[in-house]
Ligand binder design. Structure first.
Ligand SMILES: [Zn+2]
Length: 118
């Protein structure tokens, strides 16, 4: 079951390096008081499942992915917690997961997919 994350009080936040910045900056990070997951506060924001379904739909026109493949991909994305539970996830790890799922059902190269996603 997914945790309905609840961030800790400000005083209890922990100092961690901020990902995706050039300098080695640190910042206070909130974490979930139920499961301990640290919240992603970087610029690399995750996107909701609807965004990825849109991308899938555009992708299917561009690379002629069949309805059947599309359905299987959509079903799998919908069951990935990376797209449902956005608390600790980064946009780039979502993208990686997205590409991996597409590749599982379609014979498309990573380069092809990445160039489309940028
Ligand atoms: Zn939690």
């Amino acid at each position: 079951m997914l945790c309905s994350h609840e961030s800790c009080f400000r005083e209890r936040q922990i100092i961690l390096p901020v990902e995706c910045t050039h300098e080695s900056d640190t910042a206070y990070h909130p974490w979930c008081i139920h499961c301990g997951l640290i919240k992603n506060i970087s610029e690399d924001r995750p996107k909701k499942i609807g965004y990825w379904m849109n991308v899938l739909s555009k992708l299917s026109y561009r690379f002629s992915i069949s309805q059947c493949q599309k359905r299987l991909i959509a079903k799998e994305l919908d069951s990935c917690k990376e797209f449902i539970d956005l608390y600790g996830i980064t946009g780039s790890s979502q993208k990686e997961m997205f590409v991996k799922t597409i590749q599982k059902y379609c014979n498309l190269s990573k380069n092809n997919l990445n160039s489309f996603l940028c």
